[in-house]
Every structure is written in structure tokens, then in C-alpha cells.
Ligand binder design. Sequence first.
Ligand code: G
Ligand code: G
Ligand code: NA
Ligand code: MN
Length: 253
Amino acid sequence: LSLLSELRKAIEREQFRLYVQPKLLLGSGQVVGVEALIRWVHPERGNVFPDEFIPFAEQTGFIRVLTGWVLEKSAALCRDLAAQGVHLKLSVNLSTRDLLDQHLPQKFADILAHHGLAPSSFCLEITESAIMDDPVRAQHTLARLHAMGVDLSIDDFGTGYSSLAYLKRLPVDELKIDKSFVLNMEHDEGDKKIVRSTIDLGHNMGLRVVAEGIESAAVWRLLAELGCDQGQGYFMSRPIPCEQLPAWLVQWQ
Ligand code: G
Ligand code: G
Ligand code: NA
Ligand code: MN
């Protein structure tokens, strides 16, 4: 069985699971959103991580089906939480292929309408390399999405091959500092300097700055001191099955 036909079957047989990782204000610890992360629960291979199938899904174009699935599940989660009085922003990862899909903005609008959600309840995360693959078309798709009122975030910031000229021109709301700079920043002066400069760069451009890869209270504290707005990481929570989120939120408070 080819991986592509396995992926198709996996959708039909509902083997994908939506995991979420809380995103919170570093000043207060208040949870303001979650990042949606897909998992494949394979009957024989167990939990298959996205690194093992996302690149392949991108090559084959199947990523559009997966992105549609993640958007749909995230919208359902957002609506269910809102019904319980919990208002969180859902962050969803987009790939290069998604940015080249001219139907994506309309598909997204349909999902929002179906669930009665405002575009502002979503944040779409895009890596620098996805944008730089075809900057003109990416910019076109991002402009359309942004005009709808959805937040846009540059993911893994600092690791890709991007230019500040694009950062200036793109309708972006958020910078996400890559975890490679954050994980060990407490002990690595170089990483700390990069993180501090990125926070300042983001703020000077009017952007919200998020750190990922927070694995200790010390790093959380340091980021808060540096003025970083939001963060996520194993210290607060690993990605968890979305069904477990309400219980996690209760014990976090
Ligand atoms: O925690 P995790 O192992 O889920 O993530 C591994 C990689 O897979 C990350 O780069 C993450 O952005 C990517 N990833 C996880 N879920 C999705 C998804 O729904 N869509 C896309 N495009 N990438 C995802
Ligand atoms: O590439 P992207 O940033 O979308 O994916 C986030 C990835 O980072 C996921 O694989 C997620 O599981 C992982 N992650 C989230 N928090 C932490 C953390 O605190 N430490 C490490 N090592 N990885 C993390
Ligand atoms: Na991401
Ligand atoms: Mn990232």
C-alpha cells in the first residue's frame, strides 16, 4: 500500500487526531489560544508523528485535504469551547502548498460560516520558507486571508531563509520565535541575544511576539522580563488530545 493511499484511508477511517498545545500570556499565565497539531493514530504503527507524513503530504498535494481536516476540527473545537464560555484563538499551521491554493480563502470562509465563527478566532501559522517558495503567490493568498480578518503568524522565525523586506510587506500580526533559540536560552548568551533582538524587532514592527519551546519556569520568567507577549512549551503543556483541553484548562487555573 502506498503512503498516499494509506493517508486517504486514514481520513476515511478517522485515524487522524487533533492535538492542541496551549498558548498563553507570559505576564499573567492566562491561556489565550491553542496551536492545533495533527497526529495519525495508525492501527499497526501506533502514533505517527507529522514529521513522518507532512513532508510527503506536501509533495503529493494531499496536504490540502489534511489542512481542510485540521481547519474543520479546529473550528468545531472553537465552537464547542465558546459554547462553554471559553474563548480561545485557534492557531493552525499552513504549508507551502496551502499558500499556493487559490481556493483556500473560500474554503476557510465556508468552514467559519458553517460553525458560526468570526475569522478573528483563528491564527494561521506560516513558515518563512513556505512564503519564500513563491513569495508573490504567497503574498496574494495571505493578503486575501488577512482581509477576511484572520491573524497571520510567521512560524519558526529566525531559522528560514527570509528577508526583512518581505516581513515589512506581508500582512502579518505575529512572530513566533523558533524553539531552537528558546530551549536553552537561559544558559546560552547567543540565543538570549537573538531572542531579545527578535522581540524588539517584532515589537518595533507592531507585531505580537510568541516564544515556543518553553521547557522551564526560568525560561518563562526570562522571556517575560524581555517583554515577550505569549509562549507555549512543554513546561506548561505538551500537545494534548483536544478532548482533554477542558480538563487541562480547569487544572491550570
Ligand atoms: O508536535 P509536532 O511533532 O506535532 O509537530 C511537528 C511538525 O509538524 C511541526 O513542524 C508542525 O508545524 C508540523 N505540523 C503539525 N501539525 C500540522 C498540521 O496540521 N499542518 C501542517 N502543515 N503542519 C503540521
Ligand atoms: O513547527 P511548529 O512550530 O509548528 O511545531 C511545533 C513543534 O514544537 C511540535 O513538534 C511541538 O510538539 C513542539 N514543541 C512544542 N513545545 C515544545 C517544547 O517545549 N520543547 C520541544 N522540544 N518541542 C516543543
Ligand atoms: Na506552528
Ligand atoms: Mn514553530
